[in-house]
Write a protein that binds this ligand. Structure first.
Ligand SMILES: [Zn+2]
Length: 79
């Protein structure tokens, strides 16, 4: 039987070879490679979504103010 370790990200046990050890505020914890990659991916997704949402909010604010919406890139080219 393969040795398993408790993954604190998934709250389940995985084979030891998939696990990475992490120092946290609460001491040493084990996380599986999959949960680390999933976290990294979701951060990138969130960043992309945040930038898009910022641009949408800006466009809406400018339209409300009665000004034509100029995308950031075009605005930079005007200078
Ligand atoms: Zn896991």
């Amino acid at each position: 039987m393969t040795e398993t370790l408790f993954c604190y990200a998934c709250r389940t046990h995985h084979p030891r070879e998939l696990m990475h050890r992490f120092h946290t505020r609460h001491g040493l914890r084990w996380r599986c490679r999959r949960s680390i990659e999933a976290a990294r991916y979701s951060i990138a997704e969130r960043d992309a979504f945040g930038r898009l949402q910022t641009e949408i909010n800006r466009a809406r604010a400018e339209q409300t103010a009665g000004r034509p919406f100029i995308p950031l890139l075009a605005r930079r080219l005007q200078r």
